[in-house]
Ligand binder design. Structure first.
Ligand SMILES: [Zn+2]
Length: 136
């Protein structure tokens, strides 16, 4: 599956994202929302692979380069995911701060650092405030 396979479902957003990436005009962060976490995860996985791919094609990630293989095998060392934890299924402020600290320094490799926050609506208020300060 490639990023553009989602084009009709997401009203040509994948096409616009791909064009932004090709022209070096991507945003620093994106919020994707929807009803199905499983569907969103499939889309985000393709978007992450497209960002990381070192041999981008007209349809998105090539699926053949080193970074694509590292992502496929879950060995891309600069992909950081934050998701709800604990009994309350919330994202705690300390977990958010640890997640953010991964982005303070440049990567030692030539891989792009990529962060994904799953179910960001599950952040506790202190985590929301800390995250907003980062985005400002
Ligand atoms: Zn690739």
């Amino acid at each position: 599956m490639s990023l553009l396979d989602f084009n009709e479902r997401y009203r040509r957003l994948p096409e616009r994202l791909l064009k932004a990436l090709e022209s070096g005009q991507t945003g620093q962060s994106y919020i994707f929302s929807g009803d199905s976490i499983e569907e969103l995860q499939l889309f985000v996985d393709d978007w992450v692979q497209t960002i990381a791919c070192s041999n981008l094609t007209a349809h998105g990630a090539c699926g053949e380069c080193r970074n694509c293989h590292l992502l496929d095998s879950k060995n891309y060392s600069e992909l950081y995911t934050l998701e709800p934890a604990s009994k309350s299924r919330t994202i705690l402020v300390n977990d958010l701060r640890e997640f953010q600290s991964r982005f303070f320094y440049k990567s030692n490799s030539n891989m792009k650092k990529i962060g994904v926050i799953v179910e960001a609506d599950r952040m506790q208020v202190a985590a929301q405030n800390a995250f907003l300060k980062t985005l400002e």
